[in-house]
Design a binder for this molecule. Structure first.
Ligand SMILES: Nc1nc2c(c(=O)[nH]1)N[C@H]1C(S)=C(S)[C@@H](COP(=O)(O)O)O[C@H]1N2
Ligand SMILES: [Mo]
Length: 311
């Protein structure tokens, strides 16, 4: 869609900035000139043009600094600041996503293919990690259902499986057997088709930083953060429930569904409350909401299911 980017730039024209700068600075001529210098020859600076969404929370987003320095991306290390220190070496130029399985048009998609005729939206979502911390993140993305419609989901498909890139040369974390790499995740097809489920390509109106899952990652806001798989290279439509990394690592701690649920404790800690990142050392924990507060949109997906058993 023309105008997806200001100046009609293509995804491949954009270099995510090595250093994140104040947005106000970007919009001034001085800032833009400084960036053009940083971006290097032949590369242009773009700001993602996205429309607002009724699905956004009006809660104040966490700062870009918080969102990009407190991360879980175990391929780059298990420390919260490991991804921001290590993920810069991942090269996302020429990224491709293979879409296959029970689809009418299997194939390999570049980011330009994926974003062609795709309207981007701002989605300011709550993110609740299974470790009982939370953030508010202003994603830029589009509904997964838009992409699935383009590939044509066949009637036998019941689940969607996702896979993260496995790049041992730049991912120090994959040399440790914390998980069985590559990181894999999955959704039931109706969960994948829900309008809340997005593929994010941006954050704070800029291409998504590597540590947050560049160049394209899943965001499923009513589920624990580990379902929102980063740096996707493969999407497969399947008839059977696909294996998922955390469930395989510890099935008694991490279920396939992983819906945020304050009433179902993790075996080692309560999920009733959460710590909002950036709220300060002495801030009160806040109550965790069923489905992370998205029950009006998604509770119907689970009617009749025992959510304590299907955790
Ligand atoms: N490939 C991959 N995806 C991943 C993870 C990971 O380690 N590897 N961590 C998950 C977890 S536990 C969370 S809470 C979110 C964190 O996303 P953020 O760092 O953008 O806040 O990413 C999820 N996606
Ligand atoms: Mo998480």
């Amino acid at each position: 869609m023309a105008g997806r980017w200001k100046n009609d730039l293509k995804w491949s024209d954009v270099t995510p900035k090595p250093l994140w700068q104040n947005r106000r600075q970007i919009l001034t001529g001085v800032g833009a000139a400084a960036f053009a210098g940083l971006a290097g020859p032949g590369r242009a600076l773009a700001e993602l043009a996205a429309s607002p969404s009724a699905f956004s929370t009006d809660a104040a987003p966490n700062t870009l600094e918080e969102i990009t320095t407190y991360n879980n991306y175990y391929e780059f290390g298990t420390g919260k600041d490991d991804p921001s220190r290590n993920a810069g070496k991942m090269d996302t130029d020429g990224w491709e996503v293979r879409i296959d399985g029970l689809v009418d048009r299997p194939g390999t998609w570049t980011m330009d293919d994926i974003l062609k005729d795709t309207a981007l939206e701002d989605r300011i979502y709550r993110l609740r990690c299974v470790e009982a911390w939370s953030m508010i993140v202003p994603w830029v993305g589009f509904e997964l259902s838009d992409l699935l419609a383009k590939v044509g989901v066949q009637s036998g498909a019941k689940y969607v499986a996702f896979e993260t890139a496995l790049l041992p040369d730049v991912m120090p974390g994959v040399h440790a057997r914390v998980l069985d790499w590559p990181y894999v995740e999955g959704l039931r097809l109706d969960e994948a088709m829900n309008p809340l489920t997005i593929l994010a390509v941006g954050l704070y109106d800029q291409p998504i930083p590597n540590q947050n899952g560049a160049p394209i990652r899943l965001v499923v806001p009513w589920k624990y953060g580990f379902k929102s798989i980063k740096s996707i290279v493969r999407i497969t439509l399947t008839a059977d429930q696909p294996p998922t990394s955390w469930n395989q690592a510890a099935a008694n701690e991490y279920g396939f569904y992983a819906n945020v649920n304050p009433e179902v404790s993790h075996p080692r800690w309560s999920q009733a409350t959460e710590r909002r990142i950036g709220s300060g050392l002495f801030a009160k924990r806040q109550p965790t909401e069923m489905f992370n507060g998205y029950g009006a949109e998604v509770a119907g997906l689970y009617s009749g299911m025992d959510l304590a058993r299907n955790f």
